[in-house]
Design a protein. Structure first.
Length: 670
C-alpha cells in the first residue's frame, strides 16, 4: 500500500524464541501465521532492521517443511501452506541476493536449504496435478497451486523444469476458466471450530490465479544460483538412472529436479565422511557419495512416497555409514586383526549392550568422565544443509565419539603403507611399520562404539516402541557379527575349503545380515515412529499385533536375500580376485558335470551359476510380493506409502548391481 508500518507492537506481543504465536496460550505454531509474518517483514521499508526476526521465521518454516509438518491449523489444504511458504521464501531469496539482510553470520547454508525446500515444493505441486488440470478437484486449491508455481518460476530453473511449470500453470488456468461460474460456490477448506467456506476468498484466489502473469523479472542470472545447475559429478549418472526400470518412463524434469536437489546432500555427506569412520585411502572421492542422495530423492519423487526431507537425510547418513562400515570391517578388522576376531566379537557385544560406553580414546578427545556420543537434544540433530551442527555432550560439536581421528595410527589418504594406515609405534615406542594389535583393538572399539551409539541413541529410536529398540539392537549386532563371520568364511575359501553351511542358510542369515538391509530396515521403522511421536509422548505402534510384526520381518528377510543375490551377481569377478565368498562359490552351483565341480570352473559354468542366482532371486521375489500384499491389509495406507520407499530404494541398488559393480575394489582404497 506504500505506507510504512511500525512492526514493534507486533513483535512485542507475538514474537517467541523460535517462532511467532497467533494468540496467547497457543499450543502449536501456525504455519500460515509465520509465513505472513515473514512476508510482512520482508516488505517493510527497513528489512535490515528485522533481520533476526526474518531469519527466525525462515528457520522455523524451513525446519517444519523438512520434518513434513506443514499442515496449517486454519486451512485443510497443504497447498495453502505451500503457496504462502513459496511466496515468502522467494521474497527472502531476493532480499538476500540484494544484500538487504544485516547478519554477521554466513547465510549461504540457510539459503541453500531454502532453495532445496522450494525445489521440493515445486516437485510436489506439479506431481499432484490431476489430468483435468485441477488439484484435489477443487477450484480454490487449484488457485493455491497456480499461485505457488507462478512464484516459483521467478527462480532460474533449467529449461525442462520451467517448461513443465508453465504447462502446469496453463492447464490449471484452463480448469479454473472452465469452472468460472462455480468460483463463488466455495469449498469447505477453512477451519475454526468447524470447517467453513468463503465465497469471497474463493473468488479472490481464483481471480488472482487466472490473472497471474508469471515472473516480472528473473530473481538472478542463471549462473548465479547454484541450485539451477546439476553438477557434472551427479549429472553423469543420468544415463544409468534412465536405464533403471523405475526411471525409464520418468519425465526429464523430475530426474533433473532430483539431481538438483541431491547436490546439497552430496556436499554435506562428504563433510561428515569422517564423523565416525576414519578416512580410508581414496574413499573420499568414491562414486557412492554421489549415488546415495540421488537414489533416495529420485525414488521418493518417482514413486511419490511423500517422505520428508529430514527422513531422507537420516537414511542417506545410514547408507553412507553402512558403506563405510563394510569397508572398515574388511580393510581394518579383516586385514589387521584376523588373529583377534574373538576379541572384536567381544567389542561388538559390549558396544551393543552399552552404546554410549567407550573404552578407548583417540588423541584430542575429552577427559575421562565425560559422556561420549550422546545427542544432547532433539533440536540439535544434524540436517543436510549444515546451518545447525549436531551438538554432542562433551564434544564441542565435533564427531559423535568426541573428536576427530587424530591418533598417530589414524588412516591417511595417500599413505605409502598398506590400506592407507600410517606407520605406528609399538607399545615400547619403537616403529614397527604396522599398527600393533593392541592399538588397533583400542581404535576399533572407539569406532564401533561411535557407530552403535549413533544408531541406537538416535532420537527417533529413543521415541520408538521398546520392541523396535530391541529389534534394532539385535539386528545391528547381527550386522557387525556377520562381518566377522564373513572374514572367517573368506579365509576358509582362500584355503580351498568348502563353506561350512548350506547356501540357503548362509544367504538367509550371515549373508543377508552382512548387507545391512535388516538393521537399516528396522532403523527406518524407528524413523517412521519417531516422526509421528512427539518428545516425551508415548509411542504409538504402527505395526500392531504379532501377525503384522511377523509379516514385516518376513518381508525384510526376503528383501535382504534378494539384495545379497543381486550384489553377488554383479561382483563375481571382483570377489574371485579378492577371495570374497560369493553365492556362486557354494557347491549347490557346481552343476551336474564332474568338470563343473573343479575349483577352476570354466567361464560358461560361472555364467550358468550367475543365472541360477537370479532365478533364485526371482523365487524370493514371489514371497516378498506375497508378504507385502498381506502387509497392505494390516498397515495404514499412509504408513505403507512411506514404508515402501525402503523397498524401492533397495531394489534400485539391486538393479544398479545388475548393471554394474558399485562396490570399491581393494586396490581403489589403497
Amino acid at each position: 500500500m506504500g505506507r510504512d508500518i511500525d512492526f514493534e507492537p507486533m513483535l512485542a506481543e507475538f514474537e517467541r524464541s523460535t517462532y511467532f504465536i497467533t494468540y496467547y496460550g497457543e499450543r502449536n505454531a501456525s504455519i500460515s501465521a509465520n509465513c505472513n509474518v515473514l512476508a510482512a517483514l520482508l516488505q517493510s521499508g527497513n528489512v535490515a532492521k528485522y533481520t533476526s526476526q526474518i531469519l527466525k521465521c525462515a528457520e522455523f518454516l524451513n525446519n517444519a517443511w523438512r520434518s513434513g509438518n506443514v499442515q496449517d491449523k486454519w486451512n485443510i489444504s497443504k497447498n495453502y501452506s505451500m503457496m504462502l511458504l513459496t511466496q515468502a521464501f522467494v521474497q527472502l531469496l531476493r532480499a538476500w541476493k540484494l544484500k538487504q539482510l544485516d547478519s554477521d553470520t554466513d547465510l549461504e547454508a540457510l539459503m541453500q536449504s531454502v532453495r532445496a525446500t522450494l525445489l521440493d515444493v515445486y516437485v510436489q505441486t506439479v506431481q499432484h496435478q490431476h489430468e483435468d488440470g485441477s488439484w484435489s478437484s477443487m477450484r480454490e486449491v487449484t488457485a493455491y497451486a497456480i499461485l505457488t508455481l507462478s512464484s516459483l518460476v521467478e527462480l532460474p530453473w533449467k529449461d525442462s523444469i520451467r517448461a513443465t511449470a508453465a504447462a502446469s500453470i496453463a492447464k490449471g488456468k484452463s480448469y479454473l476458466l472452465k469452472h468460472q461460474n462455480l468460483w463463488a460456490e466455495a469449498e469447505y477448506l477453512w477451519i475454526e471450530k468447524v470447517a467453513y467456506s468463503s465465497s469471497n476468498l474463493s473468488n479472490a484466489y481464483c481471480l488472482a490465479a487466472v490473472e497471474a502473469s508469471g515472473p516480472r523479472e528473473r530473481l538472478v542470472n542463471d549462473d548465479e544460483m547454484a541450485f539451477a545447475k546439476s553438477s557434472a559429478h551427479i549429472a553423469k549418472y543420468t544415463g544409468l538412472f534412465k536405464a533403471l526400470k523405475p526411471f525409464q518412463n520418468c519425465p526429464e524434469w523430475k530426474l533433473e529436479a532430483s539431481m538438483m536437489q541431491s547436490q546439497p546432500f552430496v556436499a554435506n555427506l562428504k563433510s561428515r565422511q569422517t564423523r565416525i569412520f576414519p578416512e580410508m585411502g581414496k574413499m573420499k572421492s568414491h562414486k557412492y557419495m554421489d549415488m546415495i542422495p540421488l537414489t533416495w530423492i529420485g525414488c521418493n519423487h518417482v514413486r511419490d512416497h511423500g517422505v520428508s526431507s529430514k527422513m531422507l537425510w537420516e537414511m542417506m547418513m545410514i547408507s553412507m555409514l553402512n558403506y563405510q562400515a563394510d569397508v572398515y570391517m574388511e580393510m581394518v578388522v579383516g586385514d589387521k586383526l584376523d588373529g583377534s576376531l574373538a576379541e572384536v566379537r567381544r567389542i561388538i557385544d559390549r558396544a551393543i549392550k552399552s552404546p554410549t560406553r567407550v573404552s578407548g580414546k583417540r588423541k584430542g578427545e575429552q577427559k575421562d568422565g565425560q559422556q561420549n556420543g550422546s545427542v544432547s537434544d532433539e533440536t540439535n540433530e544434524t540436517n543436510p544443509y549444515g546451518h545447525k551442527r549436531a551438538k554432542m555432550n562433551g564434544s564441542n560439536g565435533t564427531h559423535i565419539n568426541g573428536g576427530p581421528v587424530t591418533d598417530a595410527c589414524q588412516f591417511e589418504s595417500g599413505s605409502s603403507h598398506t590400506n592407507g594406515i600410517k606407520e605406528c609405534t609399538s607399545d615400547n615406542g619403537t616403529s614397527n611399520g604396522t599398527m600393533p594389535s593392541k592399538g588397533v583393538l583400542a581404535e576399533v572399539e572407539v569406532t564401533i562404539n561411535a557407530f552403535t551409539t549413533y544408531v541406537l541413541t538416535h532420537p527417533s529410536v529413543i521415541r520408538s516402541p521398546s520392541y523396535l529398540q530391541r529389534w534394532l539392537a539385535q539386528s545391528l549386532h547381527a550386522f557387525l557379527d556377520a562381518h566377522i563371520t564373513q572374514i572367517e568364511d573368506c579365509k576358509l575359501l582362500s584355503d580351498g575349503e568348502l563353506p561350512k553351511e548350506t547356501y540357503y542358510n548362509w544367504v538367509h542369515t550371515t549373508s543377508s545380515n552382512h548387507t545391512s538391509c535388516p538393521y537399516s530396515f528396522v532403523f527406518y521403522l524407528c524413523l517412521l515412529h519417531g516422526t509421528r511421536t512427539g518428545i516425551g509422548k508415548t509411542p504409538v505402534d504402527l505395526f500392531p499385533g504379532a501377525k503384522t510384526k511377523y509379516m514385516l520381518e518376513d518381508a525384510c528377510r526376503h528383501l535382504a536375500t534378494i539384495c545379497r543375490q543381486h550384489n553377488d551377481f554383479g561382483s563375481v569377478e571382483r570377489d574371485k580376485e579378492e577371495a570374497n565368498l560369493n553365492s556362486v562359490d557354494f557347491p549347490e552351483f557346481d552343476g551336474t558335470q564332474e568338470s563343473d565341480k573343479d575349483a577352476h570352473r570354466s567361464d560358461s559354468a560361472v555364467e550358468q551359476a550367475k543365472k541360477e542366482v537370479l532365478v533364485i532371486a526371482k523365487y524370493e521375489r514371489k514371497f516378498l510380493d506375497l508378504s507385502l500384499a498381506e502387509l497392505r491389509k494390516n498397515v495404514k495406507q499412509d504408513v505403507m506409502r512411506e514404508l515402501m520407499l525402503l523397498f524401492h530404494v533397495t531394489d534400485i541398488y539391486g538393479e544398479i548391481y545388475l548393471a554394474r559393480d558399485m562396490s570399491p575394489s581393494r586396490s581403489s582404497l589403497q
